[in-house]
Design a protein around this ligand. Sequence first.
Ligand code: NAD
Ligand code: ZN
Length: 271
Amino acid sequence: MGHTDLSKAAELIAGAERAVALTGAGVSAESGIATFRDADGLWDRFDPEEVATAGGWLAFLIRKPWEGMEFLRGLRDAFAEASPNEAHAALASLEAEGHLGAVITQNVDGLHRLAGNREVVELHGSFGRRRCSSCGCRERVSREGFCEELDTMIAKLGSYMVHHPAHLLRRCECGGLFRADVVMFGEPVQGLGSALEHAEGCDVMLVCGTSSVVYPAAELPERAKARGAALIEVNPQRTELSARCDVHLAGAAGEVLPELVEAVRRASVAA
Ligand code: NAD
Ligand code: ZN
C-alpha cells in the first residue's frame, strides 16, 4: 500500500459529506472467521447449497446428524467465539468521530455492532438474533446464548432422536419455531431499502474485505459510483471492483484500516 494512496483515501473520507462502508467476510478474517474463499474454512468442508439453504438446512441436520453436529460445532467455533478485530475497531472509531454514516455488511457475525458501530445494515442478518418462522418476531441472542443453543442442538442430534424440526428448535410464544435471523441461500436480503439509500446518498464508499461478486451487495458500490461517489477499496487481493475504484489499498483490513483512521485524523486537522 503506497503512502500516497493512503493519504488520498484519508482526504476523501475527511472531506466527505457522507461516507459509508460496505464490508464482507474479509473484515472478519482476522477474527478467525474463514471467508468463503479460504481453504479449510467451514465453507470448504460443507456445501453451502446443502447446509445453508432455507429449505435444506433442517433436512440436512435431521438426515445426517453426524455431519450436522460437525457443522454446528464449526459454526460455534467460527462465529460464537469470535471477537471484533482491529478492522472493526477502526470502523467504529470512524463512526464515533463523525466520519462514517453507516456500515452496510454482508457478515452475519454481529461483530460490527459488538465493536461499537451504531448504524449497521446487516444485509444477510445476524447470529445475534433469532426470528420466529411463523410470526416473524425477533429476539436478541447473546454470544453465550448462541453457544448454549448450538450445544443443545448438538446434544440433541447426538441422541439420534431428532426426526422433526420441532425436536431441535425453540418455540416462540405463538407456537412457531425460532431460527437464527440469518439470510440463507434463496432468501431475500434484509434492509435492502436502507442499504440503497445509504449507497445513493453517500459521496464516498469504503469497500472492505468483499470479493464483490455476491449480489445485491455487489451492486451497492456501482450505485454509489453512478451517483458520483468515490470508491475506496481495502483488500489484499484485486477484485471485480478494483478497476472502478478511485483508490485500492492493498492489505489486510486489520492493518490498513487503523492506519487509515490515523491518516483521516491528520487530514481533518490539516483541513
Ligand atoms: P468472500 O469470501 O467472497 O470474499 C472475501 C474477500 O475478503 C476476498 O476478496 C478476500 O481477498 C478478502 N480478504 C481476505 N482476507 C482479508 C483481510 N484480512 N482484510 C481484507 N480483506 C480480506 O466474502 P464476501 O464478499 O463477504 O461474500 C461472501 C458471502 O459470505 C457473504 O454473503 C457473507 O454473508 C458470507 N460469509 C460471511 C462471513 C461472516 O459473517 N464473517 C464469513 C464467511 C462468509
Ligand atoms: Zn412467533
